[in-house]
Design a protein around this ligand. Structure first.
Ligand code: ADP
Ligand code: MG
Length: 464
């Protein structure tokens, strides 16, 4: 019967996963319709349950029938004293809804062992790598060039480059998870013998806590020490968690010493990672640290186009431009706007045009999302005219800088409560008469020149 199960499993999981998770299983007995399998550890059992429940169900259906049941028997080895196997009965449902099966599983076997936390993504097969994230659909721009190319190098030659560990940091929604997932997928796709593992720091911590509770810390570390490429997402989560950090430190050292690749992300630069042990932080410096910045205008355009293409949707370039101007915080927000736009379009059965985009944007980018302050104004104006903020505040009298500077001052007066004097202060310490002159100039230009008027309106609409 187990042979039959294995056939199904083999056909449904990657070879590496099959080796790691199914070859070590020993069929124990078949009583009626209940198959008992022996697994090496609690951790192993949890992992199977969390990641392979669908496949196991399918295998049982095939080998025994829909009323086939599965029991795990965990070999507990307490320091030489081999105890009788603890039996964990895991009811499997006939319903294809594996979620239900997991729920039941979560509520019943408690008598034997503490339950692992069931995370929302537990239905994801294959070790948490999401194949939709690739380098192909990771748009390159100035904002991510170093991180992306370092990631590519690591993906091609894991553990071999000097980028070990590779630490990617950047604010929320800037593409950290996407990038490291792309690295993982690439390694997996090109190095079949490598065991790639993506895990969030939160999940890592939970697994660690469970391992402590169930006295299986050794299994936990053994397991992680087998990984060829470890991707740990959001390490800032480990802040203040001393015990988890201790264990990660040991795993890190072991992996690093044996030439395995370590990839991490963080929402801030390492020097700002408070609550992380110095010995860990100093290890991070052994490799490469690369940041992700907010995407610039061109990159935002490319990301929107890519997204629309993936959705099979065409919209006019002016609309794309409008969105790229309006949303300059992060990529996630950008995607959110596109999704709302598509939803709205289908709801009101209308093509996506500029008017619709404006309506949607009004609802999304509210004042509380984007507080209009002098920094935002300078950012938006510098973006719009493609000049740097430093130039906006700088001394240069070049026409192509003076004009955007005046526009920015104009908006500072219109949209903030700042006095003329403090506006001047925010533009490189200019005095209030310069600010008055700027406002006057832009007002006049708007009267005389429609293109100036249009530009001002376009910029203004991004604040609303
Ligand atoms: P983070 O982990 O930094 O919070 P994510 O990786 O989850 O950010 O990215 C948020 C969203 O933006 C995801 O849907 C991701 O696919 C997308 N994204 C981010 N950067 C890019 C990029 N350079 N090209 C295409 N999509 C991107
Ligand atoms: Mg992330």
């Amino acid at each position: 019967v187990w042979e039959k199960c294995l056939q199904v499993i083999k056909a449904n999981v990657p070879e590496q996963s099959f080796k790691t998770w199914f070859e070590p299983i020993v069929p124990f007995r078949l009583a009626g319709k209940t198959l008992t399998i022996q697994v090496p550890s609690q951790f192993f059992y949890e992992w199977l349950e969390e990641n392979y429940i669908h496949v196991l169900r399918r295998a049982l259906d095939h080998a025994i029938g829909r009323d086939g049941q599965l029991e795990y028997s965990i070999i507990v080895d307490t320091g030489g004293d081999r105890q009788p196997p603890i039996k964990v009965h895991v009811p499997t449902t006939n319903s294809p809804e594996a979620a239900e099966a997991r729920q039941k599983a979560a509520s019943e076997p408690k008598k034997a062992t503490p339950q692992p936390p069931r995370s929302p993504d537990s239905s994801e097969l294959d070790l948490y790598l999401n194949p939709t994230y690739s380098f192909d659909n990771y748009i390159e721009g100035d904002c991510n060039r170093l991180a992306r190319s370092a990631g590519m190098a690591v993906a091609q030659r894991p553990g071999v480059t000097s980028f070990n560990p590779l630490l990617i940091y950047g604010g929320v929604g800037l593409g950290k998870t996407h990038l490291v997932q792309a690295i993982g997928n690439h390694i997996k796709g090109h190095h079949h013998d490598k065991f790639v593992l993506y895990v969030s720091s939160e999940k890592f911590t939970n697994q660690f806590i469970n391992a402590i509770k169930s006295n299986t810390l050794q299994d936990f570390t053994d397991f992680y020490m087998k990984v060829d490429a470890l991707i740990l997402d959001d390490v800032q989560f480990l802040s203040g968690k001393e015990k988890t950090q201790d264990t990660f430190f040991h795993i890190f050292n072991h992996l690093h010493q044996s030439g395995r690749q370590i990839i991490m992300t963080s929402d801030r630069r390492p020097s700002e990672l408070q609550g992380l042990q110095d010995r860990l932080l100093s290890r991070f410096k052994w490799g490469l640290t690369a940041d992700l910045q907010q995407p610039d205008f061109e990159t935002r355009i490319a990301i929107i186009q890519r997204k629309l293409q993936a959705e099979g949707i065409y919209i006019e370039y002016s609309v794309i431009e409008y969105i790229a101007h309006s949303v300059n915080t992060n990529v996630r927000e950008l995607e959110g706007v596109i999704i709302s736009l598509m939803a709205q379009a289908s709801l009101v059965r209308r093509d996506i045009d500029l008017d619709l985009a404006k309506v949607v944007m009004k609802n999304i980018v509210t004042a509380e999302d984007r507080e209009v302050n002098i920094d935002t104004i300078q950012e938006i104006v510098s973006d719009y005219y493609d000049v740097s903020i430093a130039d906006l505040k700088g001394k240069s009298r070049k026409k192509e800088l003076v004009y955007p500077r005046q526009v920015a001052m104009y908006f500072a007066k219109e949209l903030t409560d700042l006095s003329l004097k403090s506006i001047g202060y925010h533009f490189g310490g200019r005095d209030h008469s310069t600010v008055i002159h700027a406002i006057q100039t832009i007002s006049d230009l708007m009267e005389q020149d429609d293109s100036v008027k249009d530009a001002v309106q376009k910029i203004r609409s991004t604040f609303s």
